[in-house]
Design a protein around this ligand. Structure first.
Ligand code: ADP
Ligand code: MG
Length: 694
């Protein structure tokens, strides 16, 4: 003797509406043997549907026990209940409950997919449809089928997994009498020929007449239970539930979720596109930010290197408009002797160079050009990390001899000689003084301040002092030099440690800037201190007075510049993250709408065997697809934007594959993060509540 297919033991189901309590099922006990064909009858509201939902494992009783094929359903886990719904029970509803805009064959095959049986599933679905006379209709969507055809599709779907029992809740309620007869004949044939156990709810005696046994409900209780004829007794084959292997299951998880998500997105393309916008903008901003930021950092680094290593610059302090400081030291407070003192006295200093500038006219042939003529000492170029592109640098001999030579910047070459010309060896007139060109500077482009650094003519400092800038012997500085113990020699030029180029002190004039190289990067701050002290002492600055010079650490200036580019980066990052956040919230919002819209679809899927994890994955994949597609488009747009920005700003862009992969990953993570709440909400829906949702 096998167990009954169905065994209800004193089952009750209560509904509470405010203070009113409705006993939809009241202490119902019922047994159905394999092969029986039972009709449940009763007036509207007598509890027929409540009973069927419990039999179908869509709902649970409040008290009592329901044993299906000998197993107490109360002891089953959620996945096992889902497997039983999908494989042991075939449920046919009055309102068909087919997935809309989905082909008949796919509707029929879906329980197989949820059972993890992908192999040959479509073939089986085709056969099932053919058996019910729908061979020609497998590609049709439900809205292209008549009521009777839809119900036959639903029956094919209910039977696809070879269930133990067919439950039908008023299956002919929505079709005409001709079609009703067809449907009832199909069900009767299944019962008679295949021994399928059938429980059918109807309020029409005509339909009940097909059954072998009629149970009448009244107010949630069994009023009568009559057998009109003996059912063929069958030995029910052992319950078999397909449990796919791990990989098969994962494949079916992903396949089902992708299919459902792609279909959902495809149905609302415009909505999906708008939903993606936030993530799209966020990722594009992120990519552009990193590309431009890294590019800018590279430029700054390059500028930093071109400033020379461990370089300080001392310049005369600019006159204040208040005019507190005046006199000799106001705009030209620094002298050659200051520079020499720094080199000699300050032990953190490795080398010094100085420059005196003047604007002057340069002439070559018919061409003339107003430029900055700068007298520089021989180590000037090397201290500033400037290179000579052709020709040569100045030597100490040039400085010593006051050689009539010059080095031209490229802008001057362009103006006087034309582009691509090599001026080395030519003679230009600067303030009518003939200077032979010995070299051309490597192009440096514009400075940070937008000044053309190539518009310059360099001459040895001594030459500029003696021949070009004119003799200047500022009495103040000579006096200061005398007081600081510097021996003033009026004799011929002699080299000495304190006067390495043999500059004649009477010519030691003002300089516009002193470039000071510290011994190494570790002592630049020390060097600044020493230089400041030396200059303060030499200039007799009182302790509480302002200095008439400024000493700056160029490396620090560059670092400040780098920091400001970082500020820009942080700003862009803020925009990107706000946009990503808003995009994520948008995805969450649309998914919540989507879950509500598709509550019934979720109920249908659960009724045919979808587990909570299937539903969760379906919506999670939808969220990740939305954010991932948005992110992918954002990556492409970000790269394009970075290229355009860098083209406009003249910066290189730096984009590494990890950054692109990272941005893509971020968008996927946003999908998971913001999709989780709606997906969980969908997964936690009660099957019967979801099915009843209007
Ligand atoms: P039938 O299918 O026989 O027409 P039902 O099983 O649908 O009857 O309903 C039985 C009783 O339970 C009715 O009084 C109905 O109003 C009540 N009922 C059914 N579903 C709900 C529900 N979700 N909430 C509250 N009451 C319900
Ligand atoms: Mg009903």
């Amino acid at each position: 003797m096998t167990a009954p297919v169905i065994s209800l033991d004193r089952v009750s189901r209560l509904y509470r509406l405010g203070d009113v309590e409705v006993r939809a099922l009241d202490d119902v006990s019922l047994t159905v043997e394999p092969g029986e064909f039972v009709a449940i009858m009763g007036t509207s509201g007598s509890g027929k549907s409540t009973l069927m939902n419990i039999l179908g494992c869509l709902d649970q009783p409040d008290s009592g026990h329901y044993l299906l094929e000998g197993v107490d359903t109360a002891t089953l886990s959620e996945p096992d209940l889902a497997r039983i719904r999908g494989q042991r029970i075939g449920f046919v509803f009055q309102s068909f409950n087919l997935l809309t805009r989905t082909a008949a064959i796919e509707n029929v095959a879906l329980p197989l997919f949820y059972a993890g049986q992908t192999e040959g599933s479509l073939g089986r679905a085709r056969d099932a449809l053919a058996k019910l006379g729908l061979a020609e209709r497998q590609k049709n969507h439900p809205n292209q089928l008549s009521g009777g055809q839809q119900q036959r599709v639903a029956i094919a779907r209910a039977l696809i997994n070879d269930p133990a029992i067919l439950l039908a809740d008023e299956p002919t309620g929505n079709v005409d009498s001709q079609t009703s007869a067809e449907i009832m004949n199909a069900i009767t044939t299944l019962n008679r020929e295949q021994g399928l156990t059938v429980v059918l709810v109807t309020h029409e005696p005509d339909m009940a007449a097909y059954a072998d046994r009629v149970v009448v409900l009244k107010d949630g209780r069994i009023q009568s239970d009559t057998r009109s004829r003996e059912s063929p007794r069958r030995i029910q084959p052992a319950a078999k539930i397909h449990r796919p292997g791990r990989w098969e299951e994962i494949r079916s998880f992903i396949g089902l979720a992708l299919l459902a998500a792609l279909r959902a997105i495809g149905r609302h393309k415009m909505r999906a596109a708008l939903t993606m916008l936030g993530v799209f903008i966020g990722v594009a901003a992120l990519i552009a930010m990193v590309a431009v930021g890294e590019g800018a950092r590279a430029v700054v680094k390059q500028r930093l290197a071109s400033l020379g290593t461990n370089l300080l610059i001392a310049t005369p302090a600019s006159t204040r408009s208040g005019g507190v400081r005046g006199g000799a030291g106001s705009t030209s407070s620094l002298t050659v002797t200051d520079a020499q003192a720094i080199l000699e006295e300050d032990e953190a200093v490795a080398d010094v160079a100085w420059v005196a500038r003047q604007n002057a006219q340069a002439v070559y042939g018919d061409e003339n050009w107003a430029t900055s003529v700068q007298g520089v000492t021989p180590s000037y170029l090397s201290i500033r990390n400037w290179a000579v592109a052709s020709g040569r640098d100045f030597t100490p001999e040039d400085e010593h001899d006051g050689a009539m030579i010059c080095i031209l910047g490229q802008s001057v070459v362009d103006a006087l000689f034309g582009q691509d010309a090599d001026p080395v060896g030519a003679t230009v007139l600067v303030k009518s003084v003939p200077l032979t060109v010995v070299g051309v500077l490597a192009v440096k482009g514009n400075s940070g301040g937008g000044q053309d650094q190539d518009d310059v003519i360099l001459t040895p400092f001594s030459t500029s002092q003696q021949r070009i800038l004119g003799v200047s012997t500022p009495s103040a500085s000579v006096a200061a030099a005398a007081q600081s113990g510097l021996v003033i020699s009026l004799g011929g030029p002699q080299s000495s440690p304190s006067n390495p180029f043999g500059i004649q002190p009477r010519l030691a004039g003002f300089v516009n800037a002193i470039y000071i190289q510290a011994r190494d990067g570790g002592v630049t701050d020390q060097a600044v201190d020493q230089v400041t002290k030396t200059l303060e002492r030499r200039h007799r600055i009182k302790p509480d007075a302002d200095d008439d010079f400024t000493v700056r650490n160029l490396t620090e200036i560059a670092e400040v510049a780098e920091q400001s580019s970082r500020v820009l980066e942080i700003l862009l990052a803020a925009i990107a993250s706000i946009s990503l956040l808003v995009g994520g919230i948008g995805i969450m919002n649309i998914l919540l709408v989507s879950v509500t819209e598709r509550t019934r679809e979720i109920g249908i899927r659960m009724a045919i065997g979808a587990r909570r994890v299937h539903v969760l994955l379906q919506f999670l994949v939808e969220a990740v697809l939305l954010s991932g597609i948005g992110g992918g488009a954002g990556v492409l747009t970000g790269i394009a934007a970075a290229k355009i920005i860098s083209y406009a700003a003249g910066w290189p862009t730096l984009l590494s594959p990890p950054v692109i992969a990272g941005a893509f990953l971020v968008s996927a993570v946003i999908g998971v993060f913001f999709g989780f709440y709606p997906a969980r909400k969908a997964a936690l829906l009660n099957p019967i509540d979801a099915l009843r949702y209007e």
